[in-house]
Write a protein of this length. Structure first.
Length: 248
């Protein structure tokens, strides 16, 4: 087993990128990070805790990698920013405005707070991820973490990566066979009406990744305009073909 703590770091992107890589090397990995305040503690109306995402991944034999990557809020903060950029409404279960009232207005949600997933359960998981990634690593925690949209402040967030070498428990082939059995039993469960397929953790993301590799990545027009402006300011050239950008 190994444990690596990162102190006073910054936003590191997608947690599953790192746990997936660990799983491909034959490890089960758990990665926790904290983040800038986005939600209130259960019963509060002022942002005091981050989304504090975490990820677990394991090698899954012929199924590739089983991986979970989730924030502890009802939705990842980036989806609300994307909805605001597209001027689209959001579900009222995602966020609350600055007064703590649930809202479907994405901009009001940005100015307010994101609601925890599963009520109080999301709150306590987020709190404990802050213990692992912030308090334990010696980094900032709670409301003291700065986000990527605050360029005049140091982030101070922390990360904790724990890995377990499967071979220390059993031969990797046996582990993967056992996980394949779990995946296949899960996918074979009778489906609810209207459901075409049951997916194991990480399967949908792998399908989306394969689609993006073939067809490119869809971007809101506002994001594409920002890239154009950044390219003009820096003298960088944008790739021809708009890299699969969405224009509508």
């Amino acid at each position: 087993m190994s444990a690596v703590a990162v102190r006073n770091s910054n936003h590191f992107g997608t947690a599953a990128y790192f746990t997936r890589w660990s799983a491909e090397q034959g490890c089960v990995a758990l990665l926790a990070t904290n983040a800038s305040p986005a939600m209130a503690p259960w019963g509060g109306r002022v942002k005091a805790l981050g989304t504090n995402p975490w990820s677990i991944a394991a090698p899954a034999g012929r199924h590739g990698v089983a991986v979970m990557d989730m924030a502890n809020t009802a939705v990842a903060r980036g989806k609300i920013y994307a909805a605001a950029a597209r001027k689209e409404p959001i579900p009222a279960t995602w966020a609350a405005d600055a007064h703590g009232v649930p809202t479907s207005d994405a901009q009001a949600a940005i100015e307010g707070l994101i609601l925890p997933m599963a009520g109080h359960k999301g709150y306590v998981i987020s709190f404990m991820m802050d213990v692992l990634a912030g308090v334990l690593t010696g980094s900032q925690f709670g409301a003291n973490v700065a986000g990527p949209y605050e360029p005049d402040r140091h982030s101070g967030c922390g990360h904790l990566l724990i890995t377990i070498d499967v071979e220390s428990m059993m031969p990797r082939a046996e582990f993967e066979r056992r996980l394949e059995e779990l995946i296949e039993a899960t996918k074979a469960v009778p489906r609810a009406p209207g459901v075409d397929e049951i997916f194991f953790p990480g399967e949908l993301e792998a399908l989306h990744d394969a689609r993006a590799a073939r067809h490119g990545i869809d971007l809101p027009e506002t994001t594409w305009d920002s890239l154009r402006q950044l390219a003009a300011e820096t003298g960088a050239a944008l790739a021809a073909g708009r890299i699969g950008a969405q224009t509508a």
